[in-house]
Design a binder for this molecule. Sequence first.
Ligand code: ATP
Ligand code: MG
Length: 236
Amino acid sequence: MNPTKGALRYEGKAKKVYETEDQQYFIVSYKTDATAFDGKKKGSIDGKDRVNNLMSAKLFQVLEAEGIRTHFEKVLDDHEMLVKRLKIIPVEVIVRNLAAGGMAKKLGLEEGTALFKPVVEYCLKSDELSDPMINEDHIAVLKLASEEEITKIKEMALKINEVLRGFFEKRELTLVDFKLEFGRFDGDVILGDEISPDTCRLWDRKTGERLDKDRFRRDLGLVEESYQEVLKRVLA
Ligand SMILES: Nc1ncnc2c1ncn2[C@@H]1O[C@H](COP(=O)(O)OP(=O)(O)OP(=O)(O)O)[C@@H](O)[C@H]1O
Ligand SMILES: [Mg+2]
């Protein structure tokens, strides 16, 4: 049975979230809108709604098969999926395998510097504060998640990294870094949001070419083509 789309519950920069007739589920509708630098740069990427929907769906299924619980239920059409309705924990969880972006800049490292173990970072989801980096103590004192939850989240993030790194490597892509969001469902913490070229840095293994949202952020051209190339490899 296909769910019917109810009231628009949130509209974010990348997705719309709709209620369904069932309290336990939401419909996520991906947008072509693209933003960067706290929304200061705005644009759109043709076909991004389909790429991010179908890529997220595939990766959520890969993770489920490895025993990681996700919000994914099913694909509804090219740009929409049915998901479990989570109470999102307002913390962005970033996992890094190579230094790039904010970390390279902050620590004065050359982009592409290998890290001998994955680095996990947390940022508070707050547009007003521009998503500041926080640590596990901040998460505890702000009561964003319990200590047990944050331990579980870190464990899941590292396991997800291992699974995705292997998955992308087989497709000639280096998983440089990525951002995750987790939420509560049924007394458990599970993976939500999306896994896409908007939320991952993916470099071609041979040429080092960037095939992710940095093409949009840094005006590198071939933005649409790069998103399509990533989806092609993910579905191959
Ligand atoms: N399964 C889910 N249940 C409830 N909310 C979800 C679920 N998956 C994702 N969300 C939330 O949907 C919202 C819309 O997503 P989108 O990526 O467009 O937001 P955004 O513009 O990045 O803004 P922000 O993440 O800062 O709210 C986000 O707040 C995200 O946390
Ligand atoms: Mg988002």
